[in-house]
Design a protein around this ligand. Sequence first.
Ligand code: CDP
Length: 740
Amino acid sequence: MRGTALSFGARDKAEKYHSHEYNLVLEDEIEFIKSLPLEGTREKKKKKKKKKRREEESESSSSSEEEEEEEEAPKMSEHEKKKMTIAEVRRSLPVYPFKEALLDAIAEHQVLIIEGETGSGKSTQLPQYLYHAGYCSDGKKIGCTQPRRVAAMSVAARVSEEMGKKLGNEVGYSIRFEDCTSDRTRIKYMTDGMLLREFLMDPSLEGYSVMIIDEAHERTLHTDILFGLLKDITRFRSDLKLLISSATLDSAKFSDFFDEAPIFRIPGRRYPVHIYYTKSPEANYIDAAAVTVLQIHITQHLGDVLVFLTGQEEIEACQEILTERVKALGNKIRELVVLPIYANLPSDMQAKIFEPTPPGARKVILATNIAETSLTIDGITYVIDPGYAKQNYFNARSGMESLVVVPVSRASANQRAGRAGRVGPGKCFRLYTQWAFENEMDENTIPEIQRVNLGNVVLQLKSLGIHDLINFDYLDPPPAETLILALEQLYALKALNHKGELTSTGRKMAEIPVDPMMSRMILAADQYKVVEEILTVAAMLSVNGAIFYRPKDKAIHADTARKNFFHPDGDHLTLMNVYNEWEGTEYSSQWCYEVFIQHRSMKRARDIRDQLVGLMERVEVQLTSNPGDSVAIRKAITAGYFYHVARFSKGGMYKTAKKSQTVMMHPQSCLVEDLPRWVVYHELVMTTKEYMRNVVTIDGKWLLEVAPHYYKDTEVHDATSKKMPKTLGKAREELQKDYK
Ligand code: CDP
């Protein structure tokens, strides 16, 4: 099927499925590489000699023996690649031969689904082809959405480089709290969430001639909502081209949704990937991943390694293990360049993953599932897949949303494996058993719209004048109970009136690019005259990355430094203390270093805060301030987060106020030493238990003041801010142990 470039229409769909059978070689009983003994180069040489003798004895050479050959990697080395000009790289991409056919198809059809392997050049080349074909001649833009911030930034950077333009001029990007575009921008990359926000300003997207929804297969909540909105727009804006770009088989589904829009397939170049499974489940997959990296490094021919982990913490832990072990091995091994990539990594560090590997060295990229399809990293030959990802899960019954580490789907695992076969044959080491793959993993990842809190999106749709949310044109509808709960929450937050219409508060909330609880908190701060303080709290909570830095070798110092910031009323105020002190040092990086604070995160908090301050005028909020009024600050927090209230129960446990779900205080909270009776938490994190992260103490009675429509007197009857007796030592120890 590879030769068939164009296959239009529903008629060809069955054919397309066949051509997309996964090109993996599943081997039954391959001894997993991890069980190979760790060996130095000397042993390796001995082994080679032995192997040579063996080869002389028998003429046959099996493929597994070939794999041990180190000298010549089958792929173009990174060094050689570096010598390739940008033009040559562009010409080498799978999409290149189809440039004209693609442009013809786009000219002919208003909506086109474009399917191609990750790395075929969809994200970087398509907008350039369109730009040069004159789609911007009347001053209109080509928009391209990305589900992830990192991808929006890095693809924009790459394309501006390819075009020889300064980033932010002709090619720019827009992500939440960061706009790197100008009047000159014609190719605009943005997160899907940002495009949804643009609808509020420009409901028919007049500024665009083409909109590309990239990575559509990721099925993020925002992308799914965009589908419905864009489908509607194309009906009255016949001049707008809509391209849906996807890496997988979902294209048939997209085609159906967009009234049988034709599918343009870019044939992939995929090499076989050998899959290896562990014989038994891995107890500690981070350690197992690190060991596997070293085993590959020592026993396998050159080629870069991509490791999938679930988040920054795991990535840092794995990086630490690798650094230590590499140090211990000294010059017995060749250079191993370990690079992390995750959403909150600063862009200069992110750019490093795209730099060519030094000759003779091996690059190891420790990534979140950002590298599954969103980012194309060249030169990957080995993939290590522990089989997990972090996902947001919302339980409509309990109203609780929580970040959970879950097994990935088989579709995801296959995408991950596919990363090893882009430039030559590769290997994928799955740190789970074949049985688990076949029996325990779901076939596909559930689209986000069916598993997250819809509050934010419902608020935005309401602001766009879309009232009938049940009958909105969804690719896959969200569960009705989740929709209803979102409406209820927005009503409780006073964003909607009893008829489900947007209130003036709701309109203002929709203007602030944070979730409804946070925007409600900000608006409540106006009433309590603590806007400056609440904006600081909001910015610090929005950073995502860690604020406190805790290197293992200086853990005691770091803990002491952290404790110095503690505020007796809770973590929000502790974060505010950190920010205020930093501000007092005129944003010193040296100060951050001395008190174990992550300077990067602080800079981001400052950027976010500046933007929120800038928005206040639009929502008619004065910048009032009263840093000493902890009660006012906490009341404003409670006014936004009264859904996140928990009451002390027993044995160090809390119960959520309404649904009586058991939750625990996060061991890193400043309140863990002296558990208060009533608390408001910012979020729940699920590890072994549900932990409340970022918590403030409140007075139960406040609930009647800030949310009288939601809480009844009887529900807060034991309302008191009195601290619990200090008999929780044991429970606390358990808690700490549990968490570790
Ligand atoms: O969108 P798709 O997955 O089809 O491919 P792409 O993201 O356009 O990637 C095509 C090529 O562009 C990759 O093979 C990389 O060589 C290069 N690229 C890059 O160097 N830096 C980026 N940030 C993105 C892509």
